[in-house]
Ligand binder design. Sequence first.
Ligand code: GLV
Length: 329
Amino acid sequence: MANSFLVTTAIPEPGLQLLSDAGRVTVLPEPPGYDALAALCASGDYDVVLTQLRDVIDAPLLAAARLKGVSNFAVGYNNIDVGAATRRGILVGNTPGVLTDATADIAMLLILGTARRVVEADRLVRDGKFLGWEPELLLGRDVSGAVLGLAGFGRIARATARRALGFGMEVLFAPRPPGDRPVSEAELGEFAGKVRQVPWDELVARSDFLSLHVPLNYQTRHLVDAAVLARMKPDAILINTARGPIVHEDALVDALRNGTIAGAGLDVFEDEPKLAPGLAELPNTVLLPHVGSATVPVRSEMARLSAVNAVAIAEGRTPPHPVNHLAKA
Ligand code: GLV
């Protein structure tokens, strides 16, 4: 029987072409709700489902699923219960590597955009309130010389460090907050002597910009809560290009309102696409609609990787970018 793929939301080329070359492809006309997706996965009509972050692939869905695999169109896979998939003999694939630079660009953009008040400035011009150069119009912060604290030190954090060093920032990092793990000079590689590891508490207290680059899991959910926000500097700015639930968003709104911290640059939200009440009204924020990987070449590469993962799984091979491994039968 031909391979059969279920694609929950159309993906760019060459993704769909690669899938069509390898089998039958069903692209849903609109994103499925949980029950509809669960029923499709349980139908036995598909070998592999190609999912988006909004598709919740949890243990109950997987328990009833008749699938060989799940190919996520994302590097993060917090929408999938990978443990449950492994127990059910279902392979999971993701799209690492190809979106590292694009996402680090967005982290840097948020650092610069919050520091230099880009949203307020843009609005002022559009509102016809730009009346000419003024010595004290929209004064912001210098990023050069400022301390960038990186929560996490994986691919995207390192790419952000590379950019920040180019802007003359002092870069500190805590590799696996809230825990700790010594990173050797050898592991630091090109960053040896240029960035410094500090404990999470120190990172929180010393950062002018605290940028989050950790996966979302039970240890990092609400990593930045009211207590952490209270320990940040009053003029500090929080940057999040990772996952919304890493930050307690209601606590962040309070902290921004009360001057506990000075600003936030967010590409992700706790309950996407909803925002915490009050967040959108705060002037000291730059808010983006989860566009870290949103460039034409990157989305095309993500489509390619997710398709080759799906085809490999359907054909009984290990996907090139596996998230889990199954015990040999
Ligand atoms: C996007 O957020 C991704 O994980 O690829």
